[in-house]
Design a protein around this ligand. Sequence first.
Ligand code: CA
Length: 502
Amino acid sequence: MKNGVLFQYFEWNLPNDGQLWRQLKEDARHLADIGISAVWIPPAYKADEQQDEGYATYDLYDFGEFDQKGTVRTKYGTRTELEEAIKALHDNDVQVILDAVLNHKAGGDHAEKFQAVEVNPDDRNEETGEPHEIESYTGYDFPGRGDRHSPFKWHWYHFSGVGSDSSTGTDGIFRIIGEGKGWSQGVDKENGNYDYLLANDIDVDNPEVADELKRWGRWVVKEFGFDGFRMDAVKHIDHNFIRDFLTEVRKDNGDDFYVVSEYWSDDLETMADFLAATDNSTDLFDVPLHFNFFKASEEGAEYDLSRLLDGTLVQQDSRLAVTFVDNHDSQEGSSLQSAVQDWFKPLAYALILLMREGYPVIFYGDYYSISHDCCEKEKSDKETETVDGKVRAGSFHRGIIDMLLDARKRYAYGDQTLLFDHPSTVGLIRHGDDEHPGSGLVLLISNDQDGDKTVDLGNGHAGERWHEITGSIQEEVVVDEDGKAVFTVRGRNLAVWVKAER
Ligand code: CA
């Protein structure tokens, strides 16, 4: 999609008020207007409790339709409200990407007894005890749903490991023992074997399980009309299953069915191995770029900005890179906390929204801000603002993101020249194309003092007046007779220069 933008429509601390789907429906028109091409929604099915974000998945078939786990609706609303939101988005030509949590299940309905062996959390190939009988909540009957949508019931033999023995009240990682059982081999090698993440680890090597999950994949797309999946926690799921699952789903929906996977690693080689093993059938979040942003924001002027793109997916294999600044896991207080500091966020967004490569993501928390009940201790350090009647903490960046989205739509076209040649002032040129008259731009970012660059725009631009559109610099720049101009940027800021309209 030409200059598409993905919007991650949730953050970790949203209130448990069942209002997200309704809000999304009302927001559909606005999202389309600002240039959003797809919305990534959180896991929309029933979790182990109403307030859960959806990642402690209980029933993949219950989208807020059945009275289960003490609630009909999920944290985000009911199935009907979700369907209305999807319709509103589709009416506005915005795709809907569902977060697919296939690694684990939580909230089992009843305990079962089976053989298992405890393993060392730091090396899951190492057994720390003898095989013995344990008891854990691995039985799923779905009493509120029954057989509707699927008759499949889950038992201990559909899982490869659990996180507790309820007979003794022991927490740990227990590998389930039985015929054909064991950790999947096509997973990340961290901790010896990273098949197990949390709760009840789904055994995708079990043929009944693989068939059921594929059936679900086809069902859910047909039932709701989703346009793609965001595959959760794929470093913990056998890559052969991921590949087969996506092949199956695309049988009904074609190769255009969009998929991005979360492989949380800053090691490009590991990511490349995963992409090869899955036949490049999925995009990947550019986690290394996120960590570069994080580091740059922490280190300030000490960080060498000329290295900002080094070791990133967008530099290595830009066709499959989904570029992002922060997400629900990296935000303050979350499991993979590595939040990019606020001063650097506009600079990072400018880069991902204006560069040619990558499919950029806007994070809800950066656009609408993060609810603050999580972060009482930080609250005092930051501004508190009121948005749509709700008090929000932390600074948020809607104003600048709107400007950058507009710039992406109007100017971010054509060939690109990277200007990563200085430790504290870097940027890029988009040269524009004929299809978009007046397009082309110069982006500069600085992490230290005011900076400038002499930029060669080409003879065709001689005599043009260019101006800065984020409001950080008022003076215009005139391109000289050779097509060169000196563009400036304020310290610790960004500047987006475009040709001034006559
Ligand atoms: Ca797993």
